[in-house]
Structures are given as structure tokens and as C-alpha cells.
Design a protein around this ligand. Structure first.
Ligand SMILES: C[C@@]1(CC(=O)O)C2=NC(=C\c3[nH]c(c(CCC(=O)O)c3CC(=O)O)Cc3[nH]c(c(CC(=O)O)c3CCC(=O)O)/C=C3\N/C(=C\2)[C@@H](CCC(=O)O)[C@]3(C)CC(=O)O)/[C@H]1CCC(=O)O
Ligand SMILES: NC(=O)c1ccc[n+]([C@@H]2O[C@H](COP(=O)([O-])OP(=O)(O)OC[C@H]3O[C@@H](n4cnc5c(N)ncnc54)[C@H](O)[C@@H]3O)[C@@H](O)[C@H]2O)c1
Length: 215
């Protein structure tokens, strides 16, 4: 069994080449566009949703079959055509160029796979079965969506803002660490879940920091 390394990749403005324009490419491209990648898609045909993205200028479409050289300069590559031999050729070119590649038709031919993803603002949960069962990964992701409610989005925005304030102050490292830790332990998530949370003003943040400095 391959033991995959989970990482969170910043693909903002990075050139990502996708080969194929069917249902699978549509799913991968949706996530790539959401993450701000500069998607280049090579395929003789597109699904309706992909055509709409091309029309809106949110991806560049090269309307033909894959040809060697298409993935030069790519940060990532997705081989998602319905021709296994084409996907294998893409994977081989990517490997020779040292570019990470995902292969839709045969995961072992690629160097990374795509997890099921749940987002709540700044929170991202990625679920992988290491390829054992993609539809099981999708179902597990749905189950997690029931447990991890919408309150995580405002909660993590609030936590982010508080941590920025703490980090902005020039504090001795030990004090700073203690404050950052306390910020993560607050019961604010429960308050948000129950609808009893009252927005903190700049003064509230100041007071909280001062109080906790004295502890
Ligand atoms: C999670 C998700 C993310 C995404 O694609 O964005 C994803 N597949 C999803 C759905 C899905 N895929 C398939 C079905 C039909 C039912 C079935 O076969 O089970 C369904 C269910 C459906 O469509 O509902 C068929 C399938 N998938 C792969 C193969 C080839 C193979 O196994 O080698 C075949 C057979 C093709 C054939 O020959 O026909 C391969 C891969 N699919 C992966 C990810 C990677 C491993 C993920 C993991 O670690 O578990 C991996 C290895 C590579 C990759 O694609 O990166 C997404 C759910 C999105 C959501 O949450 O809604
Ligand atoms: N990884 C997954 O989650 C998953 C899920 C289902 C299927 N699959 C696999 O992925 C493949 C693609 O699935 P799909 O549902 O998107 O297929 P699809 O038939 O809907 O789309 C295939 C696309 O590839 C394009 N294409 C064909 N030959 C090409 C070439 N030489 N160069 C560039 N583009 C080319 C077609 O024009 C079409 O746009 C399937 O054959 C299957 O092996 C993977």
C-alpha cells in the first residue's frame, strides 16, 4: 500500500495542466479554480460546466488532443482523459520533467491522488482512503459534514483575528506562546454553535489580552 503524504498546496496563479474535458476533469478543475490556479485544459471536447468556465475566462482551453510538450512549465498535471494509453503517456512525460501528476484511470501511474474535501471557511478537511474506495471517501466526507457545522467558519475567522493581534504585540516568547495557546482553548466555538456569541470589539480583544497577560 502506498502511504501518501498529506499536504496543503498553494496553487494560486500556478500553471496547472489538465488533459481531458469530461466529468472527472470537471471535478478536478472545479477545485483548482476555487484554489486560484491558472488552469490550462487540453481536450477536443468539454462538459457544459467546463465550457462555461472557459467562456468566463477562468481557464484556458486548448481544443485538441494531448501532444507531447503540453505540460512543459506546469506546476501540477492531471491526466483525466478517457484513453488509458494517453493518460499513461502524460504521466510518463510529467515524471520525466519532475512534475507531480494525478492519473484518473490508474492511481498507481501517478504521484498524487485527490481526496474528498470538506470546507468551512479556513477549515479544510481532506479524506483519502489511499485509493481503496473513492465513493467511500465521498461518503465519509458527507458524514464529517454533519459533525463539523457552519460555525467553524466564523470561529476560525475570529481565532485568526485574535492571533494576529497577539502576534502584532512585542511580547516575551513565553508570554506570547501562552496567549496563543489560551486563544485556541476558548469556548467561543460552542457559543457560536449555540448562537450566544457576541462579536468582540477591538476593546474586548485588548482587555482579553491584558487580562491574560496578568495571569
Ligand atoms: C474523492 C474523489 C475526489 C475527486 O475526484 O475530486 C475521488 N474520486 C471521487 C469519486 C469517484 N471516483 C470513482 C467513482 C465511481 C465509484 C467507484 O469506482 O468507487 C466515484 C464516486 C462518485 O462519482 O460519486 C471512480 C474511480 N476513482 C478512481 C478510479 C481509478 C482507480 O481506482 O485507480 C476509479 C474507477 C474508474 C473506472 O475505471 O471506471 C481513482 C481515484 N479517485 C479519487 C478521488 C482518488 C482516490 C481517493 C481516495 O483516496 O479514496 C483516485 C485514486 C485518484 C484521483 O482521482 O485522484 C471523488 C469524490 C468527490 C466527492 O466528494 O463527491
Ligand atoms: N479518478 C476518478 O475519480 C475517476 C472517476 C470515474 C472515472 N475515472 C477514470 O477517468 C476517465 C475519465 O472519466 P470521465 O468520466 O471524465 O470521461 P469522459 O468520457 O466524460 O471524458 C473524457 C474526456 O477526455 C477527452 N479526451 C479523449 N481523448 C483525449 C486526448 N487524447 N487528449 C485530451 N483529451 C482527450 C474527451 O474529449 C473527453 O472530454 C475514465 O475513463 C476512467 O478511467 C476516474
Amino acid at each position: 500500500m502506498v502511504k501518501y503524504l498529506p499536504i496543503m498546496l498553494d496553487v494560486q496563479d500556478q500553471r496547472v495542466v489538465v488533459i481531458g474535458g469530461g466529468a472527472v476533469a470537471e471535478r478536478k478543475v472545479g477545485a483548482l479554480v476555487e484554489a486560484g490556479a491558472a488552469v490550462v485544459l487540453v481536450s477536443p471536447s468539454l462538459t457544459e460546466a467546463l465550457a462555461a468556465l472557459a467562456e468566463a475566462g477562468r481557464l484556458s482551453w486548448i481544443s485538441r488532443r494531448y501532444a507531447p510538450g503540453d505540460i512543459r512549465g506546469a506546476f501540477l498535471v492531471y491526466a483525466a482523459s478517457n484513453e488509458a494509453a494517453v493518460n499513461e503517456a502524460v504521466a510518463q512525460e510529467a515524471r520525466s520533467l519532475g512534475v507531480p501528476v494525478n492519473v484518473a484511470s490508474r492511481s498507481e501511474a501517478g504521484s498524487f491522488i485527490t481526496p474528498g474535501v470538506l470546507r468551512r471557511g479556513r477549515l479544510t478537511v481532506a479524506v483519502s482512503t489511499s485509493g481503496a474506495g473513492p465513493s467511500a471517501a465521498a461518503r465519509i466526507t458527507e458524514q464529517l459534514a454533519e459533525i463539523l457545522g457552519e460555525e467553524y467558519e466564523p470561529y476560525l475567522d475570529w481565532l485568526h483575528d485574535l492571533r494576529v493581534e497577539i502576534k502584532r504585540r512585542e511580547l516575551p516568547p513565553e508570554q506570547r506562546r501562552r496567549l496563543l495557546r489560551s486563544a485556541g482553548n476558548l469556548d467561543v466555538l460552542n457559543e457560536m454553535r449555540q448562537g450566544t456569541f457576541i462579536e468582540w470589539s477591538a476593546d474586548d480583544i485588548d482587555n482579553w489580552i491584558t487580562r491574560n497577560l496578568e495571569v
